[in-house]
Design a protein around this ligand. Structure first.
Ligand SMILES: Cc1cc2nc3c(=O)[nH]c(=O)nc-3n(C[C@H](O)[C@H](O)[C@H](O)COP(=O)(O)OP(=O)(O)OC[C@H]3O[C@@H](n4cnc5c(N)ncnc54)[C@H](O)[C@@H]3O)c2cc1C
Length: 345
């Protein structure tokens, strides 16, 4: 069957905020649930993306890149909660601002995270002490193996730190179409994150910020700390903060007393407490800030962010990434996992 609007030899440079040169043999925009049956006809393999702010193309894509553009926001108020259904193609930050304007609360700390609503559950986006998982009720997805719609409960999504079912081999055939969230009509701000507390204090808002003041503070904080992907090509944090058990944490703080670490309860088997340790701090200690391989550099502003200065190539990125991973492993005995998805054939 000929598929309408299937682009050929599509340039992918504008479909990843890291802007490495790459092409897709085919590109398809999914704009409506009516087109779901076309998915099985698309040239394989099929890769789903949103706005490409957590995706790097290290190679050309031999099959179809499917861009999810399903839009729409509906809601229902029940007592002091609002149940919101959001199309996967909506912009995440646009949606957070929409919630703010409607008096729906909970997502304030997640303002200005780039990307689409449909990608937000993939790595369970989080910032300033809040994670998406706390609000998800269910997810509507297209099962591209069984060719049918399925609904997943929040539990079935297996959310964890920058992780979910959708990143596992058993979840990678699921295309998220709609995310259902439960938000609150009451404003109960989450202000415990130290950098947020300091920023609120500096603005004289530490006691009781309004929802709008909280969102504006988050936006200002993010603009200070992270390069704008529209101006400087990047994908945000390049590495996850590693999670270590209690024994490893205690070794690390003995040898590196100022290593920032945050306890996480009950995440690892047989270890009641594990710790998330700062990848940025370790990379900084090793002197990588500002270092480059060709046109790919570690940001001067934030050691966890790699940037493409304009004409970066996949080989340069991989060389810099592996240099950092080897050095961190050697000095701290910890392996750094990448946060964005690296697309290779
Ligand atoms: C400057 C900057 C700051 C950032 N800050 C944060 C932060 O604070 N916290 C945080 O958690 N992240 C952060 N990120 C990462 C990024 O914003 C999020 O991961 C975001 O959710 C990615 O959305 P996207 O639409 O661009 O995803 P894409 O890059 O298009 O896709 C990401 C992954 O999701 C898959 N995917 C996308 N859409 C779908 C779908 N509908 N169904 C199934 N799979 C899908 C893709 O295959 C890919 O594996 C930041 C990125 C940048 C550039």
């Amino acid at each position: 069957m000929a598929i309408p609007a299937l682009e050929r030899d599509a340039d992918l440079i504008g479909h990843s905020t890291f802007r490495l040169p790459a092409t897709a043999a085919h590109l398809f925009r999914l704009g409506s649930l009516d087109d779901l049956t076309l998915i099985s006809e698309l040239p394989k393999p099929v890769l789903v993306i949103g706005q490409g702010s957590n995706t790097l193309f290290l190679d050309d894509w031999p099959g179809t890149v499917l861009i999810n553009e399903i839009m729409g926001i509906t809601h229902e108020v029940r007592e002091d909660q609002v149940h919101v259904q959001v199309g996967a193609g909506e912009s995440w930050h646009g949606f957070v601002l929409h919630c703010l304007s409607q008096g729906w609360h909970g997502l304030e700390n997640l303002a200005l995270i780039p990307g689409s609503v449909g990608a937000a559950p993939i790595q369970n986006i989080g910032a300033y002490g809040v994670e998406l998982a706390s609000f998800v009720e269910r997810i509507l997805a297209w099962d591209s193996q069984q060719h049918r719609l399925i609904t997943l409960s929040a539990n079935a999504c297996q959310f964890a730190y920058r992780d979910s079912l959708f990143k596992q081999p058993q979840g990678q055939h699921l295309i998220i179409l709609r995310v259902d969230l439960c938000l609150s009509l009451q404003f109960s701000p989450q202000l415990h994150y130290p950098a947020l507390q300091n920023a609120l204090k500096a603005r004289g808002l530490d006691d009781n910020p309004s929802p709008d003041q909280l969102v504006q503070t988050i936006i200002a904080l993010r603009r200070e700390r992270l390069p704008d992907p529209m101006k400087v090509a990047n994908v945000g944090s390049f590495f996850k903060n590693p999670i270590v058990d209690e024994a490893k944490h205690s070794d690390l703080v003995k040898s590196h007393p100022s290593l920032p670490a945050w306890p996480i309860e009950g995440k690892q088997e047989n270890h009641p407490i594990s710790y998330k340790v700062s990848a940025a701090w370790m990379i900084d200690q090793l002197g990588f800030r500002g270092q480059s391989v060709g046109q790919v550099s570690v940001s001067e502003a934030h050691a966890l962010v790699l940037i493409n200065q304009g004409h970066g190539r996949a080989e340069e990125l991989v060389e810099l990434m592996e240099m950092i991973q080897r050095a961190v492993q050697k000095e701290f005995g910890v392996s750094l996992e990448t946060e964005p998805r690296l697309i290779q054939r």
